[in-house]
Design a protein. Structure first.
Length: 379
């Protein structure tokens, strides 16, 4: 093995372009097929430690481990819900020097959730990964724990795909893998499009994770130009739009970015997306007691979305420590749903799993931060 200069700190394998990986292997005197071999371990076998890649020569494994870290994430904490349906992972991203970036990335923490169902269409018996696209979020929806924390930084494509690989590594012992992906964790995916498109290609690529476009969903607060771009992309993933209100006045209170992309524009983009891709759009609607859960608002919602091929996902809001929002009584949820049913709009009420582990968006991280602050303050 001839000597290439060793870098001072290992680089993220996932964030290094393929040509550079191939070049690094060549510099280590390796044949061209090695790259495929390593990628197979990473993407197909869920192995994130070069030492375990048993068909590579020992000294190559050591040389790779000196130069690269496969997934730039560390599991800080996991929390399994009592019902066994959901496990939350709090992950630390060490940051550091990243290819194509002028400044080193600061460390950050994000959360990733592994669920035994698909929250967008209630399919059972699948493993769904709920991935974060940003550390924090700048949009500031008042009912959302991530929104309350604010924006910290963009994730790289490797940090997004790496979350999924951490889950696959955990499922490896059972001989299973993630089958569905939702970008519904922390952050607004369509405000980090470069990394998100790249991550989706890798998740979809037959030589990558090989997950079908129908099994990948982006949840967005409604960034209209990015929805237009998504409709034109080669990988037509599913689109979920966080609506939460049927008129601009109320929606601006719940989703402040509605000022920039008001409902008429957003719904027109959804209609075009559906026409272009032939897919239904999922509308997410967090039901908040006394705020957006009246039958009159349900009727207004029907009037606005009826022309769009869609599916509505009602989510009784998860109360967060920083807000007074409460979930409606079950009767109110049923009354709201009944209006949509009567209008023949397919509607599901999201079955809440893992409430005991803070399964709401961003809540594990918010809880961790407040625990750390309490520890720091000597409480
Ligand atoms: N930023 C994107 C994706 C992440 S949030 C978006 O907003 O769509 C994923 C979903 O969780 C969104 O539909 C969001 O509105 C919802 N959500 C956030 N906080 C919630 C809470 N406290 N209760 C219920 N749903 C919540
Ligand atoms: Fe950001 Fe989505 Fe939370 Fe709104 S709901 S603050 S867009 S993560």
């Amino acid at each position: 093995m001839n000597g290439q200069e060793k870098p001072t700190s290992p680089r993220s394998w996932l964030d290094t372009p393929e040509e550079e990986l191939a070049q690094a292997l060549r510099a280590l005197g390796q044949p061209a097929y090695r790259l495929k071999q390593v990628q197979h371990w990473v993407y197909r076998q869920g192995v994130l430690d070069f030492a375990q890649m048993s068909d590579l020569p020992q000294e190559l494994r050591a040389a790779l481990a000196e130069r690269f870290v496969v997934a730039p994430l560390r599991v800080v904490r996991t929390l399994a819900s009592a019902d066994g349906w959901t496990t939350k992972y709090l992950l630390e991203l060490p940051g550091g020097v990243s290819p194509g970036r002028k400044r080193p990335l600061p460390p950050a923490t994000v959360e990733t959730v592994l669920m035994r169902y698909d929250p967008t269409d209630s399919q059972r018996g699948r493993w769904t990964a709920c991935l974060s696209s940003q550390a924090g979020c700048a949009v500031g929806c008042p009912f959302c724990a991530t929104g309350q924390v604010g924006f910290f930084r963009q994730l790289t494509a490797g940090e997004i795909v790496g979350q999924l690989l951490v889950l696959n590594a955990a499922l490896r012992a059972r001989g299973e893998r993630v089958t569905n992906v939702v970008l519904m964790g922390q952050g607004e995916p369509l405000l980090n499009v470069a990394a998100v498109w790249q991550a989706i290609e890798r998740i979809h690529d037959p030589a990558g994770l090989a997950i079908g476009a129908r099994h990948i969903t982006i949840s967005t607060v409604g960034i209209v130009p990015a929805i237009e771009e998504l409709a034109e992309r080669q990988t037509p993933v599913r689109l979920a739009v966080s609506l939460h209100a049927p008129n601009d006045e109320l929606r601006t209170q719940l989703v402040p970015i509605n000022r920039r992309y008001p409902l008429a524009q957003l719904l027109a983009a959804c209609q075009r997306f559906s026409a272009r891709t032939g897919r239904r759009v999922t509308f997410e609607y967090a039901l908040i007691a006394g705020v957006n859960d009246s039958v009159a608002l349900a009727r207004e919602l029907v009037r606005r979305i009826a022309p769009i091929p869609c599916h509505v996902n009602l989510i009784p809001v998860n109360p967060t420590p920083g807000s007074h929002f409460q979930r409606p009584a079950p009767d109110q949820v049923r009354a709201f749903q009944a209006v949509l049913h009567t209008a023949r709009i397919p509607t599901t009420v999201r079955v809440e799993r893992g409430i005991d582990i803070f399964a709401g968006c961003g809540q594990l991280r918010a809880e961790e931060v407040s625990t750390r602050q309490a520890v720091a303050a000597g409480r």
